[in-house]
Design a protein around this ligand. Sequence first.
Ligand code: ATP
Ligand code: MG
Length: 182
Amino acid sequence: MMNEAVSVSNVTKHFHQKTAVNNISFSIEKGEIAAILGPNGAGKTTVISMILGLLKPTKGEIKLFNRLPDDQRVREKIGVMLQEVSVMPGLKVNEILELFRSYYPNPLSMKELVSLTALTKEDLKTRAEKLSGGQKRRLSFALALAGNPELLIFDEPTVGMDTSSRHRFWQTIHGLADQGKT
Ligand SMILES: Nc1ncnc2c1ncn2[C@@H]1O[C@H](COP(=O)(O)OP(=O)(O)OP(=O)(O)O)[C@@H](O)[C@H]1O
Ligand SMILES: [Mg+2]
């Protein structure tokens, strides 16, 4: 399947006696926006962790762009915003963004990052630990975008965002999908 960004095949995850994910299969095409929905404890974060290669499936297989999730060539194409936001204390927002950009071969420019995430000039000069909850989410969104990834994965991205931030977030996501991002 040439156009698959994500392919999850018969994946099960056990934590000791507990079955967190029970034999699920789905695929996501390039350029698609897909959502995983379910109640608390349904196994969404566990699936995301396996897609990111942070956890190994007990059974089944996951491929990203036809390669295993821990392949370096895949990792360079992925941007992620996890459920628990942790920011690097002591550094200013612009310093953290520059640091993350330096990890990737083709990062987005600072200008693009700022315009996509609505970080303000003032935010950029602020130390990460002094940001509000919603501002931290914006920083975390900017970090997910820093490497100009082809595949973006978000775990509960709009939790803690106000109405206009949510609206803007989804507009940005649709704009990125129009550019072929998944
Ligand atoms: N490291 C772990 N060790 C043991 N059990 C775990 C571990 N991580 C998750 N679980 C269990 O697996 C199940 C699925 O958890 P998961 O975090 O994937 O759910 P979720 O759908 O993301 O929930 P939420 O909506 O609350 O974020 C839960 O019952 C949880 O207790
Ligand atoms: Mg979760």
